[in-house]
Design a protein around this ligand. Structure first.
Ligand SMILES: *Cc1c(COP(=O)(O)O)cnc(C)c1O
Length: 392
């Protein structure tokens, strides 16, 4: 038996078998179908009696490599790669839920997840209840007889509140409910939900997994018997990830550990720096001792993550002026990029909510979210510093 390898080694050395050309780096398999040896092999492949590729909507070597690598990194048995993070979220719901089922969901999930829950799933009689991530004592009472799945993001976006995954895993088990965790903010380098009892883990590969803002992709991971049902649904409904994007994402995983180390180190530096500023009302970062769930963050996450949020004094107008004053940092709708990105949720992603609704998910008028990139930390700090001064 091969020795059990470490995270970084699995991320680099998990590779589909070489072709007779003996390439060192994995080639791109841009083909929609695969040739059968003979009629008998074709029959056996379709009957699922032998492993192998038939058609890229079902499987492709680049996708297989990405999935196998992510399974090793997340500690899950099986998975399906999808065309986007949203197709991973949607497919995990559509494949495993049926009419009459109910979901319990942490409030302030990703915007499109909220749209799926409120506008799409009700068309098929699937309902949900939101629970406050900072009030775990309320969760058990919200589980109904027809609750089939709990879905959470931790840390939450953009408030960076955490939920205790070990506690939630035990709660889900007690009520025979599936626990599905969107692990996009952490990546498996920082947090492995399956190790706390999650049945399913979904990702947007678009964020830290790609890490360079190039491509869209996603993945659903979990136990073999659950993924079997997801595979059937995906094989026939077709949310497959393109081999090109799978190749990019699998290559990107080779550098995930070193990138996350730097994202997190610079984010902690930035959070500490912001805490000393008089014109910053508050700073939220899981690995700052001032975070209300700092002890949980240390238990559950390897490092504090690449996202820092802070609130500037001066409300919504100051927030806007701050963004306009940035010189290097990008103002764009992504995160987990090598380039540092700042956003102002109150005037963009959450502008349609009322002040009270925003406050309920922890978005104050002056809240700024920074996805800390891989530039030199001094340059990140000085851009934020000059924008704070200029926006006074
Ligand atoms: C971006 C994001 C998604 C959606 O991923 P796409 O790849 O854009 O479809 C889902 N969940 C979280 C937490 C995200 O940040």
């Amino acid at each position: 038996m091969a020795p059990r390898r470490k995270f970084e080694t699995n991320a680099v050395r998990t590779q589909v078998p070489r072709t007779p050309l003996r390439e060192h780096s994995v080639p791109l398999y841009m083909t929609s179908s695969f040739v059968f040896d003979d009629a008998e092999q074709a029959r056996a492949l379709f009957a699922d009696e032998v492993p192998g590729n038939i058609y890229t909507r079902f499987s492709n070597p680049n996708n297989t490599e990405f999935v196998e690598k992510m399974c090793l990194l997340e500690g899950t048995e099986d998975g399906i790669a999808t065309a986007s993070g949203m197709s991973a979220v949607f497919t995990s719901f559509a494949a495993l839920l049926k009419s009459g089922d109910h979901l319990l969901v942490s409030r302030s999930v990703f915007g499109s997840t909220h749209q799926i829950l409120t506008m799409i799933l009700p068309k098929w009689g699937i309902t949900h209840t939101y629970a406050d991530i900072d009030k775990p004592e309320q969760w058990e009472a919200l589980i109904r007889p027809n609750t089939r799945m709990i879905f959470v993001e931790t840390p939450s976006n953009p408030a960076l509140d955490l939920i205790d995954l070990a506690w939630l895993g035990a709660l889900a088990k007690k009520h025979s409910v599936l626990l599905n965790v969107d692990n996009c903010f952490c990546t498996p380098y920082l947090q492995q939900p399956a190790s706390f009892g999650a049945d399913l883990v979904v990702h947007s590969g678009t964020k830290f997994i790609d890490g360079q803002g190039r491509t869209i992709g996603g993945i659903i991971l979990g136990r073999k018997e659950l993924i079997k049902d997801v595979r059937f649904f995906a094989r026939h409904s077709g949310p497959s990830l393109s081999p090109f994007n799978a190749w990019i994402l699998s290559k990107s995983l080779e550098t995930l550990a070193v990138r996350m180390e730097r994202h997190c180190a610079s984010a902690l530096d930035l959070a500490r720096q912001l805490e000393t500023r008089a014109d910053v009302e508050s700073v939220k970062y899981p690995f700052l001792p001032s975070h209300p769930q700092h002890a949980l963050a240390l238990r559950q996450m390897k490092l504090g993550g690449g996202i820092v949020t802070f609130t500037v004094k001066g409300g919504i107008d100051r927030g806007r002026r701050f963004l306009n004053a940035l010189q290097m940092i990008s103002h764009t709708a992504n995160l987990g990029d090598s380039r540092t990105i700042a956003t102002h949720p109150a005037s963009t992603t959450h502008s349609k909510l009322t002040d009270a609704e925003r406050a309920a998910v922890g978005i104050l008028p002056g809240l700024i979210r920074v996805s800390v990139g891989l530039e030199h930390v001094d340059d990140i700090l000085s851009d934020i510093d000059q924008a704070l001064q200029k926006s006074r």
